[in-house]
Design a protein around this ligand. Structure first.
Ligand SMILES: *Cc1c(COP(=O)(O)O)cnc(C)c1O
Length: 958
């Protein structure tokens, strides 16, 4: 044989499923002569790219990992004592392998289809219970993006709840972490909220204030007793937000017990790697009375159709997509996977284990403080949890040098050196620190009576702040302490959830494509996972290389000049992009430009983000073909030409069509002084064929967790970087701790300088392994797969909206509204699909009563066929209802999904067979996925909201 043969196959052929015989069959079905012919019938000629993407040649999976190892070695993994909101932690291996590195947990979609999502809903309920218990609050949500943005959400919630509508001052403790203050600055600006930054002990609270925020322990490590401050705030009608360190709450009196109205923070140190800034789950807890104003998703307890315990996302009517321009938050994708891990960390350690970790961390801090004081250092914190500070005067420099010699990073603020200890700190490391602090003073470790000091460790937490109340008493936190039990618990929950491990998840607008193993592997390499976001730049060469390359590649793909990786989700990208546009207008003396034109078909986060950026929303009509009504757009643009800020447009449209008039649309906006913001959620239909810059946009966000392979994680993490044209580069978000600021940067939009940096590796791998041609082929196949489904289904379900040549883009809308006449709702179809082993497509977006299907390039023909067969079979079941052959109420659709319980019950009184109920097609039986509960009852749970694990007695019954 020829040994020169290249044994390393192209990654492209692993990522894109259809092979060439399948391609020919599919092209025949869609009646296109070739893939290129199909593409030219779909994508308007005038917006096609003239050149292939300028990207490096693709690497094989094997070569990619080898070369990335080299890049990784440019990161120096020093021990971090920096603190500032990021701490080293041990991810319990059972959680690392079985959740973090397990596609059964990371490839799921957001749990909108509750019946096949009970596992992660339970895991998120555990997270909420943990947060409620540790903070001492009444309700909590299922995660926010990071601590800084959670604080901003809290500020905004206080602002919208204020009773005195003229109160516009928000008191901000100067002891908040600087990155948190930074984000508060960004978020307060559009609303004329005035931040009064000061010392809480001397602040004069007054009627102009609607809220206040303090940090516990404070950013410098000091533990303050804020109870008097809380009481005087409440006297003045001022609500109080407390940013609290989750681990410290095992020892400290929880804020809920001394007057907090909202408590927010990060759960990173509960087993989530630092990852150079993220992703990590933030938490948000408040009082029951504010439940309807709370941002983010809340998981709640309810019952299913058989009256059994079931979970689902609660109070959905509060969600941003319903409230649109009335929205007070734009949170869509959050941090589900990381919240699940943090909740599992609490279940693994239990209340005793967590207390031990907290006490040990505190004890080591006391030991270090005592030892350094005995060497003559002045420790500045009187009461602290894990962070101690020293006035080092003129020896701060030598200390810094010694720390580096010992591969340790401390935190330096002028001549003050601070050290934050954590779960991973060893006694040896503490000794090393003592040794070099001694050395710098010309002394030695022998000058310290370490044994004596160890004997005499006294907690420094004042009695009044010592936690008295129990926490995590629920069995879920007291059962899974051996690895076998934990493993089985994790697997039992995983088994309840349908993920990409089972079947395609054809969610329109969400692009649930392959998350390849090679893309995921580097995320947990220590060279990437153990880096603090504020580590010195000369230790993060590897990260800088990955980020620079990704910046270059995504700029090539979008046609823009540069990107910002800060936004932690698509909606955050929208917000960041709009704030950049706002800064641009202001810089040109046109700060009165505040009107955002938004087509009626837009995703709900668009108007929500515009509202948060302080813009006035003007809705533009769509015509009967689903396209933007250009006449109406022109009229609106001219009507508001003096105040026009921007257009927000999704391309191809949320209707799944490449609008031919897009260039004209962008021109109209520019002619009237506006900028064009493109929502890049549908980028999977553009890559390599056209680009945001080509159509005329000025800014766009990308959902790296859609188009660029970051898995959905059951509702996050996400990354929503924005790309901008040259004239906007100088306004891209800066950061107050790490110097990334441009000439006229807006303040930060997320806590970490590069957002969720560690998962940028996934998109980096995808692009590096696909190359220009591979990425372009992916787009072509995404379009072919969608058109194939369309061809197979259009005689069964009307397809709403197509392009001028009858083609859809990468997704299509199936119209189910006609079935309503005989009582079949689109939800019934969604639930019935579960019996066939499928997750429903997007329900009722962008058109109520429809399904939006997006197959992606990663699905093979036979999977598309299985899905089409299911929908066709369901269509026949619908016809049976229509013709009267099946009962109007008691039919397989209305009763769906059918559980194993229902089917094995001794009595079966349905007018159709058990066979039809659960094995409606031959292929279903081969690998049946059983929904774990029957149809969930949404309203039952909303009547009395329960968003923590119910008491033991009820639990036992369930
Ligand atoms: C997903 C999506 C968004 C929001 O992105 P998140 O990452 O969930 O915040 C915005 N617009 C469209 C069209 C989307 O599909």
């Amino acid at each position: 044989m020829d040994l020169n043969i290249d044994f390393k196959e192209k990654f492209e052929s692993r990522h894109i499923s259809p092979d060439s015989p399948e391609t020919s069959q599919m092209l025949a079905t869609v009646a296109a002569g070739s893939l290129d012919e199909l593409i030219s019938q779909t994508v308007p000629q005038q917006i096609r790219l003239k050149q292939p993407l300028n990207l490096p040649a693709p690497k094989s999976e094997f070569d990619y990992l080898n070369s990335l190892k080299q890049t990784a070695s440019k990161n120096k993994v020093f021990k971090s004592f920096i603190g500032q909101g990021y701490y080293d932690t041990v991810t319990p291996p059972v959680i690392l392998r079985n959740i973090f590195e397990n596609p059964g947990w990371y490839t799921q979609y957001t749990p909108y289809q509750a019946e096949i999502s009970q596992g992660r809903l339970q895991a998120l309920l555990n997270f909420q219970t943990m947060v409620i218990d540790l903070t001492g609050m009444e309700i909590a949500n299922a995660s926010l993006l990071d601590e800084g943005t959670a604080a901003a959400e809290a500020m905004f919630m206080q602002f919208s709840l204020r009773t005195n509508k003229s109160a516009n001052v928000f008191f901000v403790s100067e002891d908040l972490f600087p990155q948190t203050i930074d984000i508060l600055k960004t978020r307060s600006a559009p609303f004329g909220i005035e931040l009064q930054i000061g010392n809480h002990q001397t602040a004069e609270l007054n009627d102009s204030m609607f809220g206040a925020i303090v940090q516990y322990p404070a950013g410098n490590g000091e533990v303050h007793d804020y109870s008097d401050f809380a009481a005087s705030a409440h006297e003045k009608g001022i609500k109080l937000t407390v940013v609290a360190d989750i681990l410290s709450l095992c020892l400290l009196t929880p804020p809920g017990e001394w007057g907090a109205d909202i408590v927010v923070g990060s759960t990173q140190r509960f087993g989530i790697p630092m990852g150079f800034g993220g992703p990590h789950a933030a938490y948000f807890a408040t009082r029951e009375e504010y439940k309807r104003s709370m941002p983010g998703r809340i998981i709640g307890v309810t019952i299913d159709s058989a009256g059994n315990y079931a979970l689902r996302m609660a109070l959905q009517t509060r969600e941003q997509h319903i409230r649109r321009d009335k929205a007070t938050s734009n949170i869509c994708t959050a941090q589900a996977l990381l919240a699940i891990m943090a909740g599992m960390y609490a279940a693994w350690h239990g209340p005793q284990g967590l207390k031990t970790i907290a006490k040990r961390t505190h004890g080591l801090a006391v030991l270090l403080s005592d030892a350094l004081q005995s060497l003559g250092y002045k420790q500045l914190n009187t009461s602290y949890f894990d962070t101690i500070r020293f006035e080092a005067g003129n020896i701060a420099g030598p200390l810094h040098a010694e720390a580096l010699n010992n591969e340790m990073n401390l935190h330096y603020d002028g001549s003050v050196v601070s050290v934050s200890l954590d779960e991973t700190t060893s006694l040896d490391e503490v000794t090393t620190i003592i040794r070099f602090f001694a050395k710098v003073k010309g002394k030695s470790i022998h000058d310290v009576d370490l044994d004596g000091l160890k004997q005499g460790i006294q907690a420094t937490i004042p009695a009044a702040l010592e936690r008295q109340t129990e926490y995590l008493a629920h069995p879920v936190f007291n059962t899974h302490h051996s690895e076998h039990e934990m493993l089985r618990y994790i697997k039992s929950l995983e088994a309840k959830d349908l993920s990409l491990c089972h079947s395609m998840i054809p969610l329109g607008s969400c692009t649930m494509k392959l998350n390849a193993t090679t893309e995921m592997i580097p995320v947990t390499w220590p060279e990437f996972s153990k880096i603090h976001p504020f580590a010195p730049t000369d230790q993060v060469g590897g990260y800088m290389q990955v980020i620079d390359e990704l910046n270059k590649w995504l700029s090539a793909i979008t046609g823009f000049a540069s990107m910002s990786f800060q936004p932690n989700a698509g909606a955050q990208g929208e917000y960041a992009g709009l704030m950049v546009i706002r800064a641009y207008h202001a810089d040109r003396g046109e700060s009165h430009r505040n009107v955002a034109l938004i087509p009626s078909s837009a995703h709900g986060t668009n108007p929500a983000s515009a509202a948060m950026a302080g813009m006035k929303i003007v809705v533009v009509k769509c015509d009967s073909n689903g396209n933007i009504d250009v006449t109406d757009l022109k009229a609106r643009a001219e009507e508001f030409k003096d105040t026009l800020s921007c257009l927000m447009v999704t391309y191809p449209s949320t209707h799944g069509v490449f609008e031919e008039s897009i260039i004209e649309i962008c021109q109209i906006i520019h002619q009237n002084g506006g900028q064009v913001y493109m929502d890049g959620a549908n980028m999977n239909a553009q890559v390599g064929l056209t680009s945001p810059a080509t159509i005329g946009a000025d800014v766009c966000h990308l959902n790296l967790h859609k188009t660029f392979c970051i898995p959905h994680g059951g509702g996050g993490p996400g990354v929503g970087p924005i790309g901008v044209a040259q004239h906007l580069v100088k306004y891209l978000p800066g950061h107050s701790v790490v110097d990334i600021s441009k000439e006229k940067s807006i303040p930060a939009v997320s806590a970490a300088p590069w957002g969720s940096a560690s998962i940028l590796l996934i998109s980096h791998a995808y692009i590096a392994m696909m190359g220009a041609e591979g990425l372009t082929n992916a787009t072509k196949y995404a379009i072919l797969n969608a058109n194939y489904i369309k061809s197979r289904l259009e005689s069964h379900y009307p397809v709403l909206y197509t392009g001028s040549q009858g083609r859809c883009a990468h997704e299509m809308i199936l119209d189910c509204r006609a079935f309503k006449h005989f009582g079949i709702e689109v939800t019934d179809i969604a639930k019935r699909l579960m019996d066939y082993g499928f997750h429903a497509p997007t329900v009722s977006f962008p058109v109520a009563g429809t399904l939006m299907v997006e197959p992606t390039e990663s699905e093979p023909k036979h999977e598309l066929d299985r899905f089409c067969d299911a929908l066709i079979a369901i269509r026949e079941e619908i016809s049976d209802v229509e013709s009267g052959k099946a009962d109007k109420i008691n039919n397989p659709l209305k009763n769906a999904p059918h559980t194993a319980h229902v089917i094995t019950d001794d009595t079966w009184d349905k007018p159709y067979s058990r066979q039809q109920a659960v094995f409606p097609l031959a292929y279903v039986a081969e690998r049946k996925f059983w929904p774990s509960v029957g149809r969930v009852n949404d309203t039952h749970g909303d009547r009395t909201l329960i968003c923590s694990c119910p008491p033991i007695e009820e639990y036992a019954e369930a």
